[in-house]
Every structure is written in C-alpha cells, then in structure tokens.
Design a protein around this ligand. Structure first.
Ligand code: F0G
Length: 357
C-alpha cells in the first residue's frame, strides 16, 4: 500500500506549483476528520473535528510550509525567515532543514509555548526573541526580507495560503461535499483565507456542490477584526493567536461576508472550557489557541445560532503537547497532583476507588 505523499504530491494539479519542481515534504496533511459525539450532542448538529495537530510538526502550518519551502528551494533561496507565535517557526525550521536551507525566526519574548520553542531550536533555526509582540516581529521580518537575502515564509507569502487550502479539499474528500459550516480559530487570518480559497476552488471545479459558511473566532483580548481596529497590546492565554493586527484582515472579512459567516470572539475561560471538553470527552488533545474554534461553536450553540442537524467541520489547529501545562490546573488555577502509592495492590485499589469484588 502506498503511503500518503504529502499535500504537494496529493494535490499537485490543484496547486500553483509546476510539475517539474520536487516537493519538500515531511508527509504533511491527510489528517483525520473525527466525528465528535459530545460536541454533536451539545450543539444538535453533526460535528466533525479536523485534527491538525497530527501534522509532522504538530500544527496545520506544515501544509503551507511544504509549499513555501518547495518553491523557495526551487527558486534558489538559501535562507528563510518568519515571525511567529511559535507554530510557524517550528514548521519553517523543520522544512528548511529538510531542504538544506538556513532558517531565522523572530518570536515575541516570553510569549511562545515551550514545545514550539524547543522545536525551532531542535531543527537548527536561529531564534531571536524580540521585545515586542507578533505584529512587531512580522514588521521586522518584512523589512529584513526586503533589504537582505532572506525569503519570507509568513502567510503574507501566497505559497503558504496555497498549501493550507488543501485542508478544505480533505474535508470535502471525506464528507463527500462541503459542510454547512466550517469553524476555525483566527489569528493572523491566513488560515480562514486559505480554507475559503480551497472550498471555492472545489466548488468551481465541480468537486463539491456548495460552499460552507466560514465561522472564525479570535481570543477576546486579541480580537481586532471583531472590534474593527488593531489591538496594540493583544493579550490571551492562547498565545498562538495573540495577534493585534492580522496580515490577512481584509481577506478574512471577505471570507466571512461572501460565505454569510461570522467572526466573533471567545474569552479565555470559554477557550479553556472547550479545551477540556475536547480532552475529556472527545479524546482530542489541543493547545489552547486551537480550542477557540470549539469555544466559538459552543458559544453560537448556546445563543441558538447553530442550525439543527447541520454538518459542521471544526478545525483544531495545533497539538496539546505544544503547550501541555493547561491540563495540569483546575479551573480555579490550583495544580492537579497525581496520587502517590507504594507498590501495594490494596493501597492502589483504594487510591483508584475500586470496590472489593
Ligand atoms: N491556531 C494555531 C495553533 C496557530 O498557531 C495559529 C497561528 C492560528 C491558530 C491562527 O491561524 O494566523 O492563520 O489565523 N499561528 C501563527 C504562528 C501566527 O506564528 O504560528 P492564522
């Protein structure tokens, strides 16, 4: 049986990449679309979770990065650069290494999850911690790529969007048509732009018969699109989407309006509640930023805005192991300690609350 070949080879004829360019791939894409029983029950819909944490570097960024690095390498680039809240840097570092390119990443100081930091360093990227937020890092990277021989691989690079649109193809390939609604976290707004592009392409080429509504959710402390103005000091526990001035702002608004969708915000409490439902009830471990989509879906359901029986795809963007600490605290912030026992069946049984047979 042939293994999954990564998104460039699986969808090459639908992507902006010529036949002769060899793909730089780590086997990304082909992630599971999991039927979510509890979320379906809570919303009265048929909810499917697209688990993007199962990509090679454990986030959806790999779909765009395989395209961006494939084309950068083919065009002779020697070095790539990106700004990141963590996942883009982990992905860029891995794919650059695969292609034999050097990689520099600029991250907001103290605001990226430990798993992501260690990935970028493990893959040999040069990491600069910037005294500023993600938006400052992106501004700096744009300036550097204009004046120095480094190729920018943030989602302002259209190759990134092109690769990321393959997630929509996969959803349609599994469901047989587009869902009624697709729900996503929104940070820099590249991914909602990419999904919308993918859904439109499949509709235009007749693979699907309809388009979903696009529902995007920002974290309340970092919700520029919802507020209608940039946020100078974005704040949220969901560091992945701690972004005050999204690069693809206008494209996200177009996706929202053309699809009849919504972009709204969710509080950190709502994000942590959704994080817990995913872990405890669905068996799906995600990082907090990823749970904003599920939090938003639940918020809409509570407001009576989820159509009964609708088919809904929800993307969870990054793996829980990126930022594992959140599972180790209760809602009031106290630490969850494992119970300790000696090597003794009776005390282990007592600790587990098992009754005598
Ligand atoms: N979820 C996760 C886990 C992310 O890492 C990001 C973005 C998003 C959602 C939002 O996606 O920006 O396309 O709207 N992370 C970027 C990074 C900014 O640098 O890793 P978006």
């Amino acid at each position: 049986k042939q293994q999954w070949r990564g998104v460039v080879e699986e969808y090459r004829s639908l992507l902006d990449v010529s036949e002769s360019i060899p793909a730089v791939s780590l086997g990304e894409g082909g992630t599971p679309l999991i039927h979510a029983d509890t979320l379906s029950e809570l919303t009265g819909a048929e909810v499917w979770v697209k688990y993007e944490g199962l990509n090679p570097t454990a986030s959806f960024k790999d779909r765009g990065m395989t395209m961006a690095i494939t084309k950068a390498a083919a065009h002779g680039a020697k070095a790539v650069i990106c700004a990141s809240t963590g996942n883009t840097s982990a992905s860029a570092a891995a794919y650059a290494t695969k292609a034999g390119l050097t990689c520099a990443v600029l991250v907001p100081s103290g605001k990226i999850a430990p798993g992501k930091m260690s990935q970028a360093i493990a893959h040999g990227a040069t990491l600069l911690e910037v005294d500023g937020n993600f938006d400052d890092c992106l501004t700096l990277c744009r300036k550097l790529s204009e004046s120095y021989p480094v190729h920018l691989v943030n989602s302002v690079n259209p190759d990134r969007i092109e690769g990321q649109k393959t997630a929509s193809f996969e959803v349609v390939d599994v469901l047989g048509d587009a869902p009624d609604i697709h729900v996503l976290p929104v940070g820099n707004a590249g991914n909602i732009t990419a999904y919308w592009k993918g859904y439109r392409q499949y509709r235009e080429t007749g693979v699907s018969t309809r388009l979903p509504q696009m529902w995007g959710f920002q974290a309340a402390g970092s919700a520029p699109i919802v507020l209608g103005h940039p946020v100078d000091e974005p704040d949220t526990i969901a560091t992945a989407i701690r972004i005050g001035n999204p690069a693809s702002w206008q494209l996200a608004i177009e996706a929202r309006d053309a699809s009849g969708g919504v972009i709204d915000s969710v509080s950190d409490e709502e994000i942590l509640r959704a994080h817990k439902i995913l872990s405890r009830d669905e068996g799906i471990f995600v990082e907090p930023g990823s749970a904003s989509s599920v939090a938003g879906l639940l918020k809409m359901a509570e407001a009576g805005k989820v159509p009964a029986g609708a088919t809904i795809a929800v993307t969870v963007t990054g793996h829980g192991l990126k930022d594992p600490g959140w599972a180790l605290h209760t809602a009031d912030g106290s630490e969850i300690e494992p119970k300790r026992v000696s090597v003794d069946a009776v005390s282990a049984a007592r600790a587990l609350g098992l009754e005598d047979r």
